[in-house]
Ligand binder design. Structure first.
Ligand SMILES: Nc1ncnc2c1ncn2[C@@H]1O[C@H](COP(=O)(O)OP(=O)(O)OP(=O)(O)O)[C@@H](O)[C@H]1O
Ligand SMILES: [Mg+2]
Length: 412
């Protein structure tokens, strides 16, 4: 990788669009810029209005560009949503070399072979995660390069999405004037940011509780085993506050951020604030305790739904704990509440970089880490410093192999 390579991630969320610029210097990541903008055109994590989404993307990108003083031309785009599905597949090839030594070309061929799968016409492949290789039937091989064999097999997980959702996402980004360097499943990216190797091995649910959606990713046996998206999140809490305090969404959101507390027993009755109510020009006073009485039941419901979904996916007895991330877990006292409701080990994951130490940045930061590690050990430059020219496209070719080589270390 060239020194000072720049990688830009784009997370199109229900409440915010986030652009993160990472500078990669000798393999280490520095987050040098962040841009965010209110998200219009997204409901429950899905694009419902192209023009509004394009404008919101533009706003976030402009914000990041102004912050760092560079032009952003290419981005890695995060994808999530209930259209995402995983399926296991198997690829087999005969080793091509006369001396039967497995080379990189064989590995590329077997990975390509594992992508051959019957898919419904409305779906397409958006990613591939190798789990293990087999050489002449011998399993659990992490890296078959240099081994001698006749038959090379791979077992992998194929990530698919609906063509419509992928198309809409790409269309919005392109209409915002950006080239797409790659599409990355946000669960994989945040999993990389948030989970330790052991957590992935022993069985952990990563729950990203955002504004409009909660994305669950189950990691087991070292790799991503299941994903699911529930149409619930912080917007529900805000909406409950709206109704409970009879105020507008805008005020309810501000009150939630300033005084919100997820547990009644931790809330203060003497922390008081005034609220402008709908249909009246009179303010009414409430306490943090009143607010917690509204928030706690909703947060309990969200955790119960998460638990039920993990059960439905068949992982209830196989997991060792939960790791929470996403903006909603910033709510004070969310962790003890989650402990009680999920009855399991729980911790909160926050990116450990200056400027993005907030759980709502987990997917965006995770994407930069993911790209750095898997997609391009060398690659094209996603943003230009003034006066710097873009790296040539043929460097990208080495990216697949680099991605795959590093993939073993993480997923096996
Ligand atoms: N300090 C805080 N206290 C309470 N809630 C918070 C806090 N900070 C952020 N939130 C809530 O987190 C949510 C936003 O989280 P996030 O940015 O992860 O969502 P998103 O990515 O925009 O949406 P989604 O992932 O659902 O599409 C909002 O509902 C917001 O109110
Ligand atoms: Mg999100």
């Amino acid at each position: 990788m060239s020194n000072n390579d720049l990688i830009v991630s784009l997370d199109i969320g229900t409440s915010k669009i986030r652009v993160i610029i990472g500078e990669i210097s000798n393999g280490a990541i520095n987050i040098i810029g962040v841009g965010s903008a209110d998200s219009e055109g997204i409901r429950k994590g899905a694009i419902v209005d192209i023009d509004q989404t394009v404008q919101s993307i533009r706003n976030a990108v402009d914000h990041a560009e102004r912050m760092v003083g560079i032009g952003i031309s290419e981005v890695y785009v995060g994808i999530a949503g209930n259209h995402i599905a995983l399926q296991s597949n198997h690829g087999v090839v005969a080793v091509s070399n006369e001396d039967r030594e497995i080379g990189e070309e064989d590995i590329e061929r077997v990975l390509q072979a594992s992508k051959v799968v019957a898919l419904p016409p409305e779906r397409e492949i958006i990613g591939l995660v190798p789990k293990q290789f087999l050489v002449d039937g011998l399993a659990d091989i992490q890296d078959p390069r240099g081994m001698i064999g006749v038959r090379l097999e791979v077992e992998c997980t194929i990530i698919t999405g609906t063509k419509a959702a992928v198309h809409n996402l790409m269309r919005c980004v392109e209409k915002a004037g950006l080239r797409i360097s790659g599409i990355i499943l946000m669960s994989l990216a945040s999993g990389m940011m948030a989970l330790t190797k052991d957590e992935k091995q022993m069985g952990t649910v990563l729950a990203d509780i955002g504004a409009g959606a909660t994305t669950l990713a189950v990691f087991e046996g070292g790799s991503l085993a299941a994903v699911s998206t529930l149409p619930i999140g912080g917007d529900y809490v805000t909406s409950d506050i709206c109704y409970g305090l009879k105020t507008q969404t805008e005020y309810a959101e501000k009150i939630k951020l300033k005084y919100g507390c997820a547990r009644i027993e931790d809330a203060a009755d003497d922390l008081r604030f005034k609220v402008m109510r709908v249909g009246s020009n009179m303010e009414k006073e409430f306490s943090q305790l009143d607010l917690a009485n509204i928030i706690e039941p909703r947060m309990q419901e969200i955790f119960q739904m998460i638990r039920q979904e993990v059960k439905r996916l068949g992982y209830h007895d196989k997991i060792n704990g939960y790791v929470l991330t996403g903006g909603t877990v910033s709510l004070p006292s969310v962790l003890p509440l989650a402990h009680t409701e999920l009855e399991s080990n729980v911790r909160i994951a926050v990116p450990d970089y200056i400027g993005v130490k907030d759980p709502s940045f987990s997917s965006g930061v995770g994407m930069i880490q993911y790209v750095t590690k898997y997609v391009r050990a060398r690659g094209t430059t996603a943003a230009k410093r003034p006066g710097k020219t873009k790296a040539s496209g043929n460097e990208e070719k080495t990216g697949v192999m680099a991605w795959f080589k590093n993939m073993f270390k993480e997923f096996i």
